[in-house]
Design a protein. Structure first.
Length: 422
């Protein structure tokens, strides 16, 4: 339960006269202007947004503290200014000097990048009215306070009221607003989750703090598709785009060891090749361990059960570890077949063919089920130079000059093709 205080009502409901009232319109009578987009200059981000920033929209960028939200938006600011835009960066967390130091480290700074260190919403509104920027960055929403409320900054009421006010500012001035929201460790209270319904687009920053790649994912977008991802690498000079994530995630793969399988996962519209690693080691303990990183543990138990029952490959008294290389978290069922193959390969201690990729969902009967967008996946497989793809039987026919597509209908059949089972 969260206590919420109502804003102080200064005036009663304003009586509107007839001429001020908004009227319903016929959809057919509306004149259409195509949505023009402004490119942020960072291709990965533009793709995630559905082709660029829509002027006048309010975007929310969420993520854990320290993941790189301020860095990314400061880079975007730099680019926007270089392309002739006027940007106001409001920081409630860092001093103007700190922002300048960081901006300089991330690229050359230009005169049309303004910085305001403020937490009071009225100061921000006044600044917007004074310098009339086209883009506003608020870092972060949890530091803002609206004087109409007496609750503390970062509380649900404040965060919501401030966002609503920024939304009004955006729509009235055709101002594009980026709002940063920290995801707090303990529950998402007063975090970006409470704001998702108000804003036009919600992007989340993901990534393992120990690894230096970062993923930006759209979870909501009123102007484009969701679930798109952009991949970045954190470096000395800020975030660098990773244009070919498959290559990035497959780098460092050793194909001559058992338990390594390559799968194709679809993140938004983008197929991505990822390595699945499995390890099976004999254990003296009566209760063997099952450990999964980046993959659902219950799904692992299920796939092990299917492997045992339908292909007679028994995990038995072994500890079994499954890992998605690169620290990604995969949830798509299309990687099931690859997981099965990795597990079988680990249990039998037989390496899988290095040039083969596995695609397919696995059902309880051990059948290999078809997946969405097989063609797009196969295209990426061919692009990365793999020679063979094991796919579900009922997949669309695909002929690629140097990619052999092998359809299978059961996991037994697939494991025979892969040489793990006789
Ligand atoms: P930051 O953008 O401040 O995170 P957030 O705003 O999400 O809290 O980024 C914090 C981390 O990024 C910090 O630990 C240092 C690292 N970093 C780099 O590695 N290179 C850089 O060029 C910058 C600016 C930051
Ligand atoms: Mg920050």
């Amino acid at each position: 339960m969260v206590e919420e205080q109502l804003p102080i009502q200064e005036k009663g409901r304003r009586a509107k006269n007839e001429s001020m009232r908004v009227k319903p319109q016929r959809l057919t009578e509306l004149s259409l202007k195509p949505v023009s987009r402004v490119l942020s200059g960072i291709a990965e981000l533009d793709r995630v947004l559905g082709g660029g920033i829509v002027p006048g929209s309010l975007l929310l960028l969420g993520g854990e503290p320290g993941i790189g939200k301020s860095t990314l938006l400061l880079q975007v600011c730099n680019r926007l200014v270089q392309n002739g835009g006027k940007v106001l960066y409001v920081s409630g967390e860092e001093s103007a000097e700190q922002v300048r130091l960081r901006a300089e480290r991330l690229g050359s700074i230009m005169p049309d990048l303004f910085v305001l260190c403020a937490v009071d919403l009225d100061d921000i509104i006044a600044a917007v009215e004074e310098i009339k920027p086209e883009f506003l960055v608020v870092d972060s929403i949890q530091t803002l306070v609206s004087s109409t409320l007496s609750s503390a900054p970062g509380s649900v009421a404040q965060v919501r009221e401030c966002t609503a006010e920024l939304l009004r500012l955006a729509k009235n001035n055709r101002l594009t607003v980026f709002v940063i929201g920290h995801v707090t460790k303990f529950g998402a209270i007063a975090g970006p989750k409470t704001l998702e319904h108000m804003v036009d687009a919600v992007l989340y920053f993901e990534g393992e703090p120990s690894l230096n790649y970062r993923i930006v994912r759209t979870v909501k977008n009123r102007y484009g598709p969701t679930n798109e991802i952009g991949v970045f690498e954190m470096s000395e000079a800020g975030l660098i785009e990773v244009a070919n994530p498959s290559e990035f995630f497959l780098s460092g793969r050793r194909s001559d060891v058992s338990g390594s399988a390559v799968v194709v996962t679809l993140e938004g519209s983008r197929p991505m090749l990822v390595e699945i690693q499995a390890l099976a080691t004999p254990t003296p303990f009566p209760l063997p361990q099952r450990v999964a990183t980046g993959f659902d543990l219950r799904r692992l138990a299920l796939l092990l059960g299917i492997l045992e029952r339908r292909a007679s490959i028994n995990g038995g008294r072994r500890d079994i570890f499954l890992n998605v290389a690169g620290g990604l978290k995969l949830t798509e069922p299309a990687i099931d077949l690859g997981v099965i193959a990795a597990l079988a390969s680990a249990i039998r201690n037989t390496p899988l063919p290095a040039d083969t990729v596995m695609i397919g969902e696995v059902g309880l009967a051990g059948e290999v089920r078809s997946v969405t967008r097989t063609e797009a996946r196969l295209k990426e497989v061919a692009r990365l130079g793999f020679k063979r793809a094991v796919v579900p039987l009922r997949s669309p026919k695909m002929n690629k000059s140097n990619l052999r597509v092998v359809p299978v209908d059961t996991i037994g059949g697939a494991l025979k093709v892969l040489g793990v089972k006789k």
